[in-house]
Ligand binder design. Structure first.
Ligand SMILES: N[C@@H](CCC(=O)N[C@@H](CS)C(=O)NCC(=O)O)C(=O)O
Length: 218
C-alpha cells in the first residue's frame, strides 16, 4: 500500500492523522509503535531511522518516496495532495489563518505539555505519582479549553468553524479524548462538548477513535 502510518492508538497526534486519512477516504497501512512497552518502541534504532525525534506519527508515502513527520504538516500535505471530498483548510487567507490558529492552540499550546515524555519526566525528576500526572494534564487542558471555549462563541456552528469540518476539529477531538482520559469533566465547556459529539457522529471520526485501532488495549 502506498501510505503507511506509524502511530500509537492513544497518541493524540496520530489520532489527528487517522481522522484526516479517513476524511480523505484514503487507504493506508497502520504500523503500531508501542510508546510504553519495553521503554517505548519509538526509541528503537529502526524507528529512530524513520523519525529521529522519536515521536509518532510518521507517514510514509511510497508513491512519492517520502517520509513525513509532524501531524499538522502531514494533515496539510494530505489536504493539498487530495483536496477532495472537501478541504480541511479554507482557501480564504483570514479564515485559513484562524483555523490554523485554533489548531495550534490545541496542538502547540496544550498537547506538548501533556506528552508522555513530559509526564515521565515529572515522575523521574520530580517524583510525581500517577494522580499528580493526571492533575497536571487536567490543569493544562482546562486552561487551554477555557480560552478555546471563549473563542468558539464567536465562530462555532456545528463544528469549530461553522458547518465544515476543518483542521481545528481534527485537533480538538483527540485533545478532548486525552483530557477526558485523565479525568477532566468537559461538561463545563458546552461548545467544545457539542462539537466533540458532532464530530464523533461522523464515520471518519468514529473509525479513528483510539479504541477502534488494531493496537488498542481494552
Ligand atoms: N508535534 C508533534 C507531536 C508528536 C508527539 O508528541 N507524539 C507523542 C504521542 S501524541 C509521542 O510520540 N510521544 C512519545 C514520547 O513522549 O516518548 C506532532 O504533531 O506530530
Amino acid at each position: 500500500m502506498a501510505l503507511k502510518l506509524y502511530g500509537y492508538w492513544r497518541s493524540s497526534a496520530t489520532y489527528r492523522v487517522r481522522i484526516a486519512l479517513n476524511l480523505k477516504q484514503l487507504d493506508y497501512d497502520y504500523i503500531p509503535v508501542h510508546l510504553v512497552k519495553e521503554g517505548g518502541e519509538q526509541h528503537s534504532e529502526s524507528y529512530r531511522h524513520l523519525n529521529p525525534a522519536q515521536l509518532v506519527p510518521t507517514l510514509v508515502d511510497d508513491d512519492e518516496d517520502i517520509i513525513l513527520h509532524q501531524s499538522m504538516s502531514i494533515v496539510e500535505y494530505l489536504d493539498e495532495k487530495y483536496p477532495q471530498p472537501h478541504q480541511l483548510l479554507p482557501v480564504h487567507p483570514v479564515k485559513r489563518a484562524r483555523v490554523r490558529a485554533l489548531a495550534q492552540d490545541l496542538a502547540c499550546d496544550i498537547q506538548p505539555l501533556n506528552n508522555l515524555r513530559v509526564l515521565q519526566t515529572l515522575t523521574h525528576r520530580f517524583g510525581a505519582d500517577e494522580n499528580e500526572q493526571a492533575q497536571w494534564v487536567r490543569d493544562w487542558s482546562q486552561r487551554g479549553f477555557t480560552a478555546i471555549e471563549q473563542r468558539l462563541h464567536t465562530q462555532a456552528g456545528q463544528f469549530c468553524f461553522n458547518f465544515e469540518v476543518s483542521l481545528a476539529d481534527i485537533c480538538l477531538v483527540p485533545q478532548v479524548y486525552n483530557a477526558r482520559r485523565f479525568g477532566l469533566d468537559i461538561d463545563s465547556f458546552p461548545l467544545i462538548s457539542k462539537i466533540y459529539s458532532n464530530c464523533n457522529a461522523l464515520e471518519a471520526f468514529a473509525n479513528a477513535k483510539p479504541e477502534n485501532q488494531p493496537d488498542a488495549v481494552q
